[in-house]
Design a protein around this ligand. Structure first.
Ligand code: SF4
Length: 490
């Protein structure tokens, strides 16, 4: 486990970097529902939070570091006037933990005021930044969101918002779910492969767009549908509806399978699948593919819970005598800001965070279920904890395939060198973490549980073949890459 002040709330898991919101209401300020929606998306980013609103005349902005509840107080929300707003929660890349990188990104220019919230990662941001800088655009951050904003601002000088977004979509390459505010018009865009989620919801007096349906539930809205891959949705300024523009079509999508496995809230529905049910199904399949006789099945809290219940249910249905138990208790008050400068302190942190219930494991054979292993050090500490509490056998089952390659699309995974599965078999990993056995779920089973075709999912971190063209990496499908130079000559 790599520890440090930026440790994610669940140790040794990939980390989602952002959540986005946009709202357009009839005749009340949109900041408060946006704030509550950001609360619901807190799991997608804990480093900073921000809202930009528009009152029909001017933009108002507040961004702050930390959790949503810390980044805003009541006065901050009251000062965000206007029935249009976009919001963002962020987990930044290493080294950029300050307010200059917090989103939404906002800029005023000849064509009006623009605000942008981005979830995802562009793979051609450097090229575009160089080209835009060469034509006079001044950048204040090294992030790809500012690249999108500048490109859009440039296009808006001589096109309407729909044509401007279409032109920008033709130039940016990679993963993006965006909420955009141009003056008081709120828009939502999903990249042509639909890598990150984006959902439209209806409120009594308007519409809202958010990364996950749980945010729409939280503000009392009703989910209308997902934003389609390649679609631009423009919310009406009077809160009365939205227009849809299908700007780019591709043969296959590339939905991130890890949204279902780990990132999204279990109560969210993504691309028409309830995440909790997908996770339970992954657990059932895990039993069928890699079930092992044991006395007790228990989840790593909270990430392994739905998997473990599906696994135990399937085992019991097949006549296995196995108990499902919460054998590891989590201390909810150990936050991610806990600083762990040394390996010893990091190991102590796992013990501060999780404690086994002795009576559940003593003298038993135990199967621990989780959704993923990234670096593997937490797994060995968990196995040690359970053995020290008296377990006779400890098996580990993982409800996803081994992570063998990095993610380039907005997920903080790890480098290849750090990934325990990059060059080891499951048996090697079992030996390394001290488990009696360890198995993963196959990619075929994951695909079946999600209910989509393999060709419509991204599994780059498992296969090392990516759905977008990434320098130095293989791709698993034909990619039409935008030709930046020819567009620059327009
Ligand atoms: S590489 Fe992995 S984590 Fe990244 S988008 Fe693809 S499936 Fe998701």
């Amino acid at each position: 486990m790599q520890g440090g002040p930026s440790d994610p709330p669940e140790f040794d898991h990939p980390t989602e970097k952002c959540g986005v919101v946009g709202a357009s209401l009839a005749d009340r300020d949109a900041a408060l529902p946006t704030y509550y929606a950001l609360y619901a998306l807190q799991h997608r980013g804990q480093e900073s939070a921000g809202i930009v609103s528009h009152d029909g005349f001017q933009q108002h902005q507040h961004v702050g570091m930390g959790l949503v509840g810390d980044a805003f107080d009541e006065d901050d929300i009251d000062a965000l006037h206007g029935p249009a707003a976009i919001g963002h929660v962020r987990y930044p890349t290493a080294g950029s933990v300050d307010e200059s990188c917090a989103q939404p990104f906002s800029v005023s220019f000849k064509g009006g005021a623009l605000g942008l919230s981005h979830n995802g990662n562009l793979v051609n941001a450097d090229e575009l930044r160089d080209e835009l800088a060469g034509s006079g655009h001044a950048f204040t951050s090294d992030g790809d969101t500012e690249v999108i904003a500048h490109d859009l601002a440039r296009n808006l000088l001589d096109a309407d918002i729909v044509d401007a977004v279409e032109a920008t979509m033709g130039r940016i390459h990679g993963s993006y779910s965006l909420t955009i505010m141009h003056d008081d018009t709120v828009l939502g865009v999903r990249d042509p492969r639909g890598n990150r989620p984006l959902v439209i919801g209806k409120l009594d007096d308007g519409y809202i767009i958010a990364s996950e349906s749980a945010a729409i539930d939280t503000v009392g809205g009703e989910v209308v549908r997902d934003v389609r891959p390649g679609e631009l949705v423009v919310l009406h300024e009077d809160g009365g509806g939205f227009d849809s523009h299908q700007l780019v079509d591709v043969d296959n999508t590339a939905h991130c399978f890890f949204e279902y496995v780990y990132f999204a809230r279990p109560d969210s529905v993504i691309d028409e699948e309830l995440v909790y049910e997908v996770r339970r199904e992954l657990g059932r399949q895990l039993w069928q593919e890699a079930g092992v006789d044991s006395d007790v099945v228990m989840p790593v809290p909270d990430s392994g819970r739905a998997f473990a219940s599906g696994y135990a249910e399937q085992a019991q249905q097949e006549g296995e005598s196995v108990d499902f138990a919460e054998g590891l208790m989590k201390n909810r008050y150990v936050g991610r800001t806990f600083i762990m400068p040394t390996q010893e302190a990091r190991e102590r942190a796992v013990r501060l965070k999780l404690n086994p219930i002795k009576s559940t494991v003593e003298g038993k054979s135990v199967t621990i279920i989780d959704d993923s292993i990234v670096r593997g050090t937490t797994s060995s500490q968990l196995v040690d904890l359970v053995r020290e509490a008296g377990a006779e056998e400890v098996h580990v089952r993982i409800g996803a395939p081994p992570i063998q390659a990095p993610c380039y699309f907005g997920i903080d995974m790890a480098t290849r060198d750090e990934l325990i599965a990059a060059d080891r078999t499951a048996d090697d990993i079992a030996a390394e973490v001290g488990a009696d056995s360890l198995s993963y779920l196959s990619l075929d089973a994951v695909t079946a549980a999600i209910g989509k075709s393999r060709a419509d999912l991204c599994a780059g971190c498992v296969t090392g073949e990516y759905p977008y063209e990434v320098d130095g990496e293989a791709t698993d499908r034909p990619v039409q890459r935008p030709d930046v130079d020819s567009v620059a000559d327009d």
